[in-house]
Design a protein around this ligand. Sequence first.
Ligand SMILES: Nc1nc2c(c(=O)[nH]1)N[C@H]1C(S)=C(S)[C@@H](COP(=O)(O)O)O[C@H]1N2
Ligand SMILES: [Mo]
Length: 553
Amino acid sequence: MKPSQPYPSLRIGALVGALVTTALIAVFFLAAQVAGTPFVPFDVFDWMARVLPGAVITFGIDIIVGLIRTFQLGETSGTAKLAEQIMAVVGLGLTGIVASAVLFEVLRRKVVNVPPTFAGLIAGIVVGMPVTIISITGNRSAEASVFVSGVWIMLAFVAWGLALGWIFQRLTGQLQPATATDTLAAVQPIDRRSFLVQLGGATAAITVVGAGVGSLLTRRTSSAAPVLMAESTPMPTEERIAWSANNSLPNAADTLVPAPGTRSEFTALDLHYRIDINLQPPVVRENEWTLNFSGLIDEPQQMTLAQIRAYEPIHQFVTLACISNSIGGDLIGTQRWTGVSLKTLLADVPYQPNTTYLKISSADSFDEYVSLDLIMQDERVMLAYEWDGLPLTEEHGFPLRIYIPDHYGMKQPKWITDIEFVAAWSEGYWVRRGWDRDALMRATSVIDTVAVDDLVRVNASQFVPIGGIAHAGDRGISKVEVRVDDGEWTEAQLRQPISSTTWVIWRYDWPFEAGDHTFAVRCVEGNGIPQIEEVAGVRPSGATGIDSVRESI
Ligand SMILES: Nc1nc2c(c(=O)[nH]1)N[C@H]1C(S)=C(S)[C@@H](COP(=O)(O)O)O[C@H]1N2
Ligand SMILES: [Mo]
């Protein structure tokens, strides 16, 4: 029995791989929603993002962010996360396709002479083993235990491999010795085609059910976490309401009305950008969490969240920006942070005098170094547990994150678990990947709106309200200027900022003039230093250059 086409080709191997792996991913998704097991593609993606060189990651992020901004696909950080999640799923799919094609080719060429199902089993183990290890060691968001997760992922991959082997066997007709002796060339293509159609139907059904049912069910953690928190930290109910719901901002009396279309001066929790190295935020349970002090300390020590909350709280209005925020970008937001000054807290931790830095580590294996001198000089450096008067959300670092004024977000770990007292500085997570070791915030100013539909009429003249934000860390903003086409730089009006560390809102009413115009903005820091106008990209030290927009009026 050696007909011309007895064995399925590489292409059929790839096709089968696509079908079966898609079903596998759907099953992983369903299990993640129903049983809280890890969603494997995300874990593999996160792992790759950690091991690949920083330049590769930055290049990839630049492309994603560039596409989002060019085609105005929406808010940058959320859209980028979605794009990465899609890449993660597609990536595992491609891996499955390649593995299946290789398996079929190995079997077709009889590189090894074993039954196809056995070869499939081996393939399942070969692919499943590293994936399982990556997932159970890296995952910080699944509810299922590491043991259950590991067994589940391994079994799923074994089933995937067995399915591939069985399908190969079925496609070669080995299960039908009667037809095998017939004129295979005539009988098999039809049989093969109809089998593939059936296979396509079966895998499509699994995929639709898995993805459909999975997306109807919300992940259990999102509803369970607040309940857990409520049980372990009894708090008066009024504290559960967002601070901003019942309070006005400290600068509320300022009479300057932002130009229509200017972003909100205070960024609502669900509108604040989110940037971190996780496709799903690590889930920390308050009753299993402590802040652990180690290193140059006589006795390692722990603090619970309740102990940290017991310190006199401080509240600070903070504008946080990501060093990856390009000129005019939306990776910047302003919130009210509540926590304890790190200086106050450290007074109760007997670290040794040769300490010079604190190594802060997080549940997602992120880390950064903070100078002890800075902590002692600047009482604003704080460990924060609330944004807008509510416990930090999972996305924004529950239960604890640090605030370090004047520095980009990359220096400020979320989901803090450990503080290690060390004698020497070392490179933190993003610094090791080629970003600025100090990461001081650059001065930046942005045009949010040229409000052509909201002309202001004063006597016989019409004005176009133009407005936006300007920010320079904790250095403040002393001046914002706007230029239209090749005209003069003209000073804009400034609102009082919410605090000395937040952005300011500016406004300029420009005498209306029909036509195509280019509007540009620049600012001067509180200390008199002008914003850097020379154009530089975000890497390694944060973007510089001035924001401009074109409008036909
Ligand atoms: N543990 C941890 N902390 C982290 C990060 C991270 O990936 N992991 N990303 C940092 C970066 S790059 C930024 S810009 C800020 C963003 O904080 P946000 O997502 O709450 O806006 O978190 C910082 N803290
Ligand atoms: Mo960032």
